[in-house]
Design a protein around this ligand. Structure first.
Ligand code: HGY
Ligand code: MN
Ligand code: MN
Ligand code: MN
Length: 421
């Protein structure tokens, strides 16, 4: 029934224990028994199982389910064509051996918040959506936030078609193999124009909330960040017979560059990480011909990031020259600084502070999110849930059950405050 007061949530849905049931269903999907971490890469079988789960959750609640041209999944209460929709959600894919919370906490909390609002008998004046953005982590094709970037027009179709994974499979091939139409991908301005506010809940990936003693926080900004590929090319040769003086060993210049990255980041109060490497021919008794390392670097502001990355590149060139090695550096992706919408941020603070004296902390982050990509197009905000160790992108990532429940409640308050008005 939909009384004059607005749309109500269709029942019956999984009910009050929904968070735990959803969490239990998701936990085994794509989990490596070797590491205990998750390997949910875009358009693989594990990703497909997560997507099936999303669809089942939408249908169990009588929400209208759809997949957009870029493979992002949506669940709707009310008709998004009405406009000014309130949307929440996150992603279900993972980094290599990622934790259980980065992404899924936001999606599970979204469905659970709707269930909580059903319990409150909320009536919605605006369409309400839940989204699962595809390929947020970029673990497979190297570029993060592919689904939201495509939708927002921040990644061209040509660029997307050229994305290739470590096995030489292109993004269109991977999408087609997963049953999606790669010829459909592209900007989706009309869909985004229907969204009046997007709020992504995410596990915190640092310890600010732990240190301040708060369960939930509001995001202020995302640091500018990017990924650069460093190709050091030398000469493959026999590890036993090649005199040290005759070697052109790219591993040496790579190793020195890793140290330079740490040095430059430390000097600038930024971060710089070489977390992925490919070596050719990758033989234990061969001097490498190629060492390819990927740099991820982030800083509080653009100028600092430029300084750090320029410093690392200059050092890398000097080391390459010293070892007779050729160097190519390619910037593979870049995300400028994100300042979340101030009015929406204030509105969240007002809603969450309404019945309490507590001031909800506002914090910045060095982690990228689909919310950051959307923020250029749509008024966007984020909620963070306390992470007691700050560990993320690791199987050890954790959030306490009480804090997750507090996150669901906060998200429900926010959705109610924004969509029931
Ligand atoms: O921050 C990242 O590495 C990714 O966007 N989650
Ligand atoms: Mn992540
Ligand atoms: Mn994430
Ligand atoms: Mn031999």
């Amino acid at each position: 029934a939909s009384p004059a007061g607005g749309l109500s949530l269709p029942g019956p849905g999984p009910g009050g224990v929904s968070f735990h049931e959803m969490w239990r269903e998701l936990l085994p999907i794509g989990r490596s028994s070797a590491s205990g971490g998750y390997r949910r890469y875009a358009w693989t079988g594990a990703d497909g199982e997560c997507r099936d789960w999303f669809r089942a959750q939408a249908e169990a609640r009588g929400l209208a389910y759809e997949v957009d041209r870029n493979g992002n999944q949506w669940a709707w209460l009310g008709d998004p064509a009405q406009g000014d929709a309130v949307v929440t959600g996150s992603h279900l894919d993972s980094v290599p051996d990622g934790g259980a919370f980065d992404g899924p906490l936001g999606v599970v909390s979204s469905f659970a918040a709707l269930d909580e609002l059903r319990g409150r008998d909320a009536r919605f004046a605006k369409p309400l959506g839940i989204v699962n953005f595809g390929d947020e982590e970029g673990a497979r094709f190297g570029l993060a936030c592919v689904g939201s970037r495509l939708a927002a027009g921040q990644l061209t179709v040509d660029q997307a078609h050229r994305l290739t994974d470590g096995d030489g499979i292109t993004l269109p091939q991977a999408m087609a193999a997963a049953g999606y139409d790669p010829d459909a991908i592209g900007p989706d301005p009309e869909r985004l124009a229907r969204i009046g506010a997007f709020v992504e809940l995410h596990v915190e990936q640092g310890r600010a909330l732990d240190l301040s003693g708060d369960r939930v926080g509001i995001a202020s900004a995302i640091w500018p960040h990017g990924r650069w590929r460093f190709d050091f090319r030398g000469e493959a040769n026999h590890a036993g017979t090649t005199r040290l003086a005759d070697r052109r060993d790219p591993m040496l210049s790579y190793a020195e560059t890793v140290l330079a990255a740490r040095r430059e980041a430390r000097l600038a109060d930024a971060v710089a990480t070489f977390g992925k490497i490919a070596v050719e021919p990758n033989g234990v008794n061969a001097i490498p011909s190629l060492v390819r390392g990927w740099l991820d670097s982030r800083a509080a502001d653009q100028q600092t990031l430029d300084t750090v990355v320029t410093g690392i590149q200059q050092a890398a060139r000097e080391y390459a020259d010293a070892h007779g090695v050729d160097l190519d550096v390619v910037r593979e992706s870049f995300t400028p600084v994100v300042e979340f919408d101030h009015a929406l941020r204030d509105e969240l603070a007002r809603i969450l502070g309404k019945d309490t004296d507590l001031k909800v902390p506002v914090l910045g982050t060095g982690a990228g999110h689909d919310a950051g990509i959307l923020s250029g197009t749509v008024p966007t905000a984020m909620l963070f849930v306390r992470n007691p160790t700050g560990v993320s992108h690791s199987p050890a990532e954790f959030a306490a059950e009480d804090d997750c429940v507090a996150g669901v409640s906060a998200l429900a308050d926010v959705l109610e405050g924004l969509a029931c008005a």
